[in-house]
Ligand binder design. Sequence first.
Ligand code: TEU
Ligand code: CA
Length: 556
Amino acid sequence: MKEKWWKEGVVYQIYPRSFKDSNGDGIGDLRGIIEKIDYIENLGVDIIWLNPVYKSPNDDNGYDISDYYNIMDEFGTMADWEELLDKLHKRGIKLIMDLVVNHTSDEHKWFVESRKSKDNPYRDYYIWRKGKENKEDGKEIEPNNWLSFFSGSAWKYDKTTDEYFMHLFTKKQPDLNWENENVRKEVYKMMTWWLDKGIDGFRMDVINLISKVDGLPDVPKVKGEKYSWGGDYFMNGPKVEEWFKEMNKEVLSKYDIMTVGECPGTTPQEGINFTAEENRELNMIFQFELMGIDSEIVKWNTKQFELKDIKRIIKKWQLVIEKGGWNSNYLMNHDQPRALSRFGDDKNYRKESAKMLATFTLTLPGTPYIYQGEEIGMVNVAFEKIDDYKDVETINYYNEMVFDKKENKEKIMKQIHQMSRDNSRTPMQWDDTENAGFTTGNSWIKLNPSYKEINVENDLKDENSIYNYYKKLIKIRKENKELIYGKYIEINVENEKVMSYILEKENSKILVVINFFGDNETLDLKGYEKELLISNYENSLEVELKPYEARIYKIK
Ligand code: TEU
Ligand code: CA
């Protein structure tokens, strides 16, 4: 297997709006990140993924970009950004930027032009269609019945030209028409411009959504619903690989960079196609299977997850690596609830389960991703009032369920407490002073009251903190290449509570044992002659695993 810096590196994701505010306006910014470089470096991570910092009206917190070539005023200036890049590089930390090119903001100049008239040169930059006649009542309806990611139709009517444009996300995020060669050229030009500024790669937002099937057909109707999920018609569509290859040839292949494509709804076979080196497309993708193990049909309908699903998913995705591609490992990001609250126990075993999950993410083959705050065990938040939520997905869901569908408000708030994206977007908790040291002003979103106890200052002081455990794990990962390039061999497959696996590289082996739940378990490891590298408990017994206990051994 070829060695690559992006296989060996650990990625730390920064959501700038909530990381550190440097000027007291309540919004995190680039100078705030600069202030915290020591903190990031001390953790031992190698690569930063920065969520979008481009000009944006912020309908979807920066994922609605109105100018790809400039920095959002609230976050600072291009000079600040250049200083950040320079300072990171001086410490040997790489920077990857978010690339959001499935859609733009409706305030982007291309769209402003596009909506003006049917013969505008930019018209075909977006996906415009005439309305259709509803067979039942003869009234005009949307061009098809696709549901958007964020509730309601994926089409918006625009009266200037009496047509509809497609938006898979919010109404202010019109989808670009990748069929148009000029769109692709503009995107490649923009990517080149950023790469020439010295960045180290891209995280590509919903990049497997860029190719929609011809004819944009209706999806089979779900009973009682006006709009239905059309994923089959826009995920991993017919031209997606052709365009990945073109992008690679025109742009990516010219630089020593890393790319990670965010690819919801992707199978391991598609993962192989997109990432196998010989295919010259992407380096790795974010697949979503683990994000679906605790819900049914829609994310808001949660259920208890089962370890057998985790085992099955991890095992089958090893195929990607075996076939010459690469994986990425994450348990959360800015779109997901706090992993610790979701897959661990944030009340009785907060530290133990946070460390357990860290052990899991950092020992699987593939590149690991840590999301800001995960390294100190930040937990979900439960705002009482819907007005305290800022996330457009959450607000749209609440409005649809409570106002349109007359669902019980308490039930919906409970779902929001569990699954809202704002769980991960409350500010980083630096210390126990007002606003957790995040801002001296009014924070753009309320803080999680847990900051009095859970904060960076406490974790830095405590030798046994979650932060220091992450730090040790990262070091162990670097010192034991089995954890990066080793072959994944699952053992005790049938065990429903404990996950254990060996990572083998040239006859050298690491054994990982993880109790995923809050009960004591027994596991016989006597057959292995081994040395303990790390555990989340001080005294590990030979056969008994304590709640959420995790251990890494070197096999002799
Ligand atoms: O997310 C795409 C995506 O798949 C998410 O919509 C996910 O399904 C959802 O957030 C789960 O609640 C990306 C970005 O990461 C997200 O922040 C953006 O809102 C979205 O694309 C649109 O750009
Ligand atoms: Ca600020």
